[in-house]
Design a binder for this molecule. Structure first.
Ligand code: UDP
Ligand code: MG
Length: 343
């Protein structure tokens, strides 16, 4: 069993243990990778595969379909495993790590020049794939927009608010951040660090890295089989994630700029209050029982704490390798280099 698991890459006919075949598989390139995170979607797999094939077979592109089974406890894995198609790769997580982890792992393993992600619950229609690929000629990544979202109002209304807020805070002008249907040039996904539930913010993460983000309207179908894995509780988590993402992007490199700024404001107010009270005390006014004294001391101490927090943040940032700049070009003028050396 162990051997089978290690080598279960690519097709139901498993590779022998020889590393070279695996290496060859991993380094071979394709036109397109379809990544589908699935968690307890056993009833949807067969139909999804049929629909995908009917589109992919006429595309004239080499492709792979990567199913990432996010620790399903139904027959999702078996359903995928029985499909006799060597374009399929199945990855199964030991337990449910979440959609962001599934996507991230799929991104790492993908071999396509273009990557498309879609949900495995048949709500996203594979017929949109050619339109995504067309739009990718203009943008580094393209996000789907479920204009007529086929979900209950308990999901669509919070989602509208969430999208407005995210658009406002991140500055990315798209309408549907949380759409699972997206397309990327492969260099975009290789440069994005996803964890927790940050999959909702991929357009913002990409945009902040300097990539262009486009959007196309996509058809959305109601869920027929299985149930949604996300309740309204995700709104709160989504909001916390928004703070994380904003913080990471704006202040990751300079923590003191935010903590130091807040600390300075609080501490400065505390010092002013204390100075004022000191003047009163010198003039002989009793200040020992004044609430303002407490406030002055409190603000000064909290201010100092914020500044220390910022400095600790700077220490941490400094000790890590933060060279995560994306280099678009690095051209060495070959001729002039030779000339210089010849002198
Ligand atoms: N999913 C996953 N891991 C999870 C939750 C969901 O891989 O922990 C997958 C799920 O199987 C589906 C996609 O993510 O393919 C979107 O999930 P869902 O349809 O439940 O989300 P909704 O459409 O309700 O927002
Ligand atoms: Mg869904």
């Amino acid at each position: 069993m162990k051997n089978r698991e290690i080598n279960a890459i690519g097709s139901p006919t498993y590779f022998p243990t020889a590393c070279s075949i695996q290496d060859e598989y991993i380094s071979s390139k394709l036109d397109l990778s379809i990544i589908i995170p699935v968690y307890n979607e056993e009833e949807n797999i067969a139909e999804l595969y049929e629909r995908l094939c009917s589109i992919l077979s006429v595309l004239d592109k080499t492709y792979e379909i990567i199913f990432v089974d996010d620790g399903s406890n139904d027959n999702t894995f078996q359903e995928i495993e029985t499909i006799p198609d060597s374009n399929i790769r199945i990855i199964k997580f030991q337990r449910n790590y979440g959609k962001a982890a599934a996507l991230s792992y799929g991104f790492n393993k993908s071999r396509g020049d273009f990557i498309i992600t879609l949900d495995g619950d048949l709500q996203d229609d594979p017929k949109e794939i050619p339109r995504f690929l067309e739009k990718l000629k203009e943008f580094d990544m393209v996000s789907g927009w479920k204009v007529k979202r086929q979900d209950p109002i308990s999901k669509t209304f919070p989602s509208k608010c969430f999208n407005r807020l995210t658009r406002f805070i991140t500055g990315v002008g798209i309408n549907d951040f949380n759409c699972g249907y997206k397309a990327y040039n492969n260099y975009v996904v290789k440069n994005i660090n996803l964890y927790g539930e940050l999959h909702r913010y991929i357009p913002a993460l990409a945009y902040w890295k300097g990539y262009t983000v486009g959007e196309i309207e996509v058809e959305h179908h109601p869920r027929v089989h299985g149930e949604s894995k996300y309740g309204t509780g995700r709104l709160f988590k989504g909001f916390l994630d928004l703070i994380t993402v904003t913080f990471l992007m704006m202040y990751k490199k300079r923590p003191l700029h935010i903590f130091g700024g807040i600390g300075f404001l609080l501490g400065f107010s505390g010092v002013i209050i204390s100075l004022y009270l000191m003047v009163l005390w010198i003039m002989g006014v009793k200040i020992g029982d004044r609430p303002l004294l407490m406030l002055g001391i409190l603000l000064t101490v909290i201010g100092a704490q914020f500044i220390s927090l910022g400095l600790i943040g700077e220490l941490i940032t400094n000790s890590r390798n933060n060279d995560d700049y994306i280099i678009k070009y690095d051209i060495i003028k070959y001729d002039s280099y030779e000339l210089e050396n010849a002198r």
